[in-house]
Write a protein that binds this ligand. Structure first.
Ligand SMILES: Nc1ncnc2c1ncn2[C@@H]1O[C@H](COP(=O)(O)OP(=O)(O)O)[C@@H](O)[C@H]1O
Ligand SMILES: [Mg+2]
Length: 280
């Protein structure tokens, strides 16, 4: 089956709020890494003995010191590169196969990477053009996405240079969500934003995840955002990186701004920071 057929047959094009299509049995882990290693040519070992499991629909954050291999791990999961040892699977398939067949994987980077010659609408439209969604279906999707990411119809006609950093990141997130991903990999997406904006976008990302229930893996240096967003936090060691601690985050959803003032939130943030410090 081609990518095109899969996209046409699996996506109910009635709206953005789609049920996640599951091919894995509900008790199995959607993402699994067992003893994964990555050594670059020249012998630089970046990951070694890394194991993790993520269930379908979970939101997990990955924190670790700079250079410990977080981005490398996300690239392996996206199927952009191969591990040099161990096994890495998405729904029990190698990531590059899973991505091309059953599981759509979206990627959001710190740099919004928007096309400067396209408007917001044009940037959001790009994934649909690549997936060859018929043109009469496009405006509805884009309008729903604009609403989801908190932009107005007037914003849709602006070019990236006319947008603030926070708005550019909203568009970048929207563009990734246009593909209706089952897995969303986020690599320090809010790292360049000020604290208040980061908090707002954390609240919106959490709401969107709850509405859509894709599986999220979120890389960040910011412990407070990891606690706010996640059901579980994985702490990595220095390079060669592996998972050295797993911390459940018990707070119920929806998570609201008041959570940040809660003493249990402060306690957990402190605990994660201590674990992370131990690794620096
Ligand atoms: N393609 C590559 N070739 C060689 N070394 C690389 C390559 N990509 C990343 N690295 C090295 O791997 C290490 C980990 O990088 P990265 O995964 O970006 O870390 P993190 O995201 O945790 O900061 C860094 O030392 C980086 O220089
Ligand atoms: Mg990185």
């Amino acid at each position: 089956m081609s990518d095109r057929q899969i996209i046409d047959s699996s996506a109910s094009r009635k709206g953005i709020r789609h049920p996640v299509v599951s091919t894995a049995d509900s008790h199995s882990h959607l993402i699994q890494a067992a003893d994964v290693g990555k050594t670059f040519p020249g012998g630089h070992s970046v990951l070694a003995g890394l194991s993790l499991s993520i269930r379908e629909g979970e939101f997990v954050s990955l924190v670790g010191p700079s250079g410990c291999g977080k981005s490398t791990l996300l690239k392996l999961l996206a199927g952009f590169d191969d591990a040099t040892s161990g096994t890495l699977t998405i729904a029990e398939q190698p990531p590059d196969i899973a991505r091309k067949t059953s599981h759509r994987v979206g990627f959001v980077f710190q740099d919004a990477n928007l096309l400067p010659w396209r408007t917001v609408r044009g940037n959001l439209q790009l994934p649909m053009e690549l997936q060859q969604v018929s043109s009469e279906n496009r405006p509805a999707h884009i309008d729903e996405m604009l609403e989801l990411i908190g932009l107005t119809a007037a914003d849709a006609n602006k070019y990236p240079r006319m947008l603030s950093g926070g708005m550019r990141m909203r568009v970048s997130l929207g563009r990734a969500l246009m593909t209706q991903p089952q897995i969303l990999l986020l690599d320090e997406p809010f790292g360049a934003l000020d604290d208040i904006l980061r908090q707002q976008l954390n609240e919106e990302l959490s709401r969107i995840w709850q509405e859509q229930n894709w599986t999220g893996l979120f890389v960040t240096h910011n412990v407070s955002e990891a606690v706010f967003l996640s059901q579980r936090i994985l702490v990595m060691s220095t390079a060669p990186g592996k998972i050295v601690a797993e911390i459940p985050v018990p707070f119920p959803f929806p998570r609201t701004p008041e959570l940040r003032a809660d003493s249990d939130f402060a306690r957990l943030t402190g605990e994660v920071t201590t674990r992370l410090r131990g690794r620096l």
